[in-house]
Design a protein around this ligand. Structure first.
Ligand SMILES: [Fe+2]
Length: 330
């Protein structure tokens, strides 16, 4: 299985590996189907730009670290419902949210990494919610790497999942953090720490963030984690930056915008080259990343010509020099 851009999809040799969903989160095309070229146009109009496919090159890549699509879709539709309720000035459905958070935590806990389903594989109406679910998943992985306990993971994930909830009631970019804080701080069973994630997720260590220009330790660690996850997710989804470049961009801000400890936890947990990435090695061979073993930045690569599998962790002299031509930009 691997992710391909809609423009690289070839219906002669690629089958869908995961379903494609419509704007309402219903299955439009099931796994195993091929997509007729006529249909591709329709999907493009919906804002879908990537699919997960099976083809000869990606044979044997299972992406078991990827969240199950139904779990992901439930979390997305659940969040859409939260936004609708809040926009209608109705109570936020906290019990349902807590259930979703419990699921996300158990998904992250039982895997060494969680590969994101890119929000570009979903209709544009649902993308803001998919983004927030991905930010919650990334934040949880960082929290796990920082040895957070269950209570800390829950408060962090709730804050990350709801970090942009202020957008349900205000279209103004600079006002949504405080609007979100005001919604969340009035909910009894929600920790004030989660509410502060919404308030502070656009603040940065150097005081250049918004809305208050908080500096250094005035910013809660959870908000730093959510802020870094937010930046990374926007890079890979909105701007289609390849994951290794998005990590580089985050590393470049270590100590100035984001805590070094947070950036380090990110690099320890998030792979630079997810399985399915087509790469060029420094020995001249093109290959495909087939799995992550121990080291997030040193995956196992299958040489396309020979089928030989090389662990880059065990072979430190072999390096990925660039992404191969049709490689996906997540
Ligand atoms: Fe935001």
């Amino acid at each position: 299985m691997r992710l391909v851009k809609i423009s690289d999809y070839n219906h002669h040799n690629m089958q869908l590996a995961k379903p494609v969903y419509d704007r309402k989160g219903r299955i439009l095309l099931g796994a195993g189907n091929t997509i007729h070229p006529k249909y591709l146009e329709k999907l493009k109009e919906m804002g879908i730009s990537h699919f997960l496919v099976e083809d000869a090159e990606s044979n044997g890549i299972t992406l078991e670290e990827m969240l199950d699509m139904p779990t992901w879709m439930d979390a997305i539709l659940g969040l859409q419902n939260v936004y609708n309720q809040v926009a209608a000035k109705k109570p936020l459905p906290l019990v349902a949210v807590q259930k979703t958070i419990g699921q996300l935590i158990s998904e992250v806990k039982r895997r060494k990494t969680v590969l994101l389903v890119p929000s570009t594989s979903i209709a544009s109406e649902l993308r803001p919610y998919a983004h927030a679910v991905n930010v919650a998943l990334l934040s949880l992985q960082v929290g796990k790497a920082m040895n957070y306990n269950d209570l800390q993971l829950r408060d962090l994930a709730l804050g990350a999942y709801l970090h942009d909830i202020g957008k349900a009631i205000t279209p103004e970019k600079t006002k949504h953090p405080e609007a979100g804080f005001n919604i969340l701080r009035n909910i009894h069973d929600l920790s004030l720490r989660s509410a502060h994630v919404s308030f502070q997720h656009h603040e940065t260590l150097d005081g250049q963030g918004y809305p208050r220009g908080l500096k250094g330790t005035a910013i809660h660690e959870y908000a730093q984690i959510c802020g870094a996850a937010n930046m990374y997710e926007n890079l890979i989804s909105l701007r289609e930056t390849p994951p290794h470049e998005a990590l580089e961009a985050l590393m470049a801000l270590s100590g100035t915008k984001y805590l070094e400890s947070v950036v380090k936890a990110f690099v320890d947990r998030i792979p630079s080259y997810p399985p399915g990435t087509m790469v060029q090695l420094n020995n001249g061979e093109p290959g495909i990343v087939i799995r992550i073993d121990t080291h997030m930045q040193r995956p196992v690569v299958r040489i396309l010509a020979s089928g030989q599998e090389i662990s880059l962790t065990d072979n430190p002299s072999i390096m990925i020099t660039e992404l191969a031509r049709d490689s996906l930009r997540l």
